[in-house]
Design a protein. Sequence first.
Length: 84
Amino acid sequence: MADEVTARVIAVIAKSQRIGPETFTRESTFVDLNIDSLDGLQLVFALEEEFGVDIPDEAAKQFKSVGEVVQGLEMVLAKKAAGS
């Protein structure tokens, strides 16, 4: 599941930032990708739509890298699966 989540997160970031998905990895930071706070907010909305989940604001504020987004989404998806 982690590889699928990573691939989907990278695809969403690539589309929202208009950059090639091959130009960054799970280790890339938002600073590396020139993602500022406004871009980050738009990215959270795009990820919520892509995955059909609500990402808590406090969790979203902690995202500083692609890997942290993947980890956060995996936790949200696990909670959603446990609750359904």
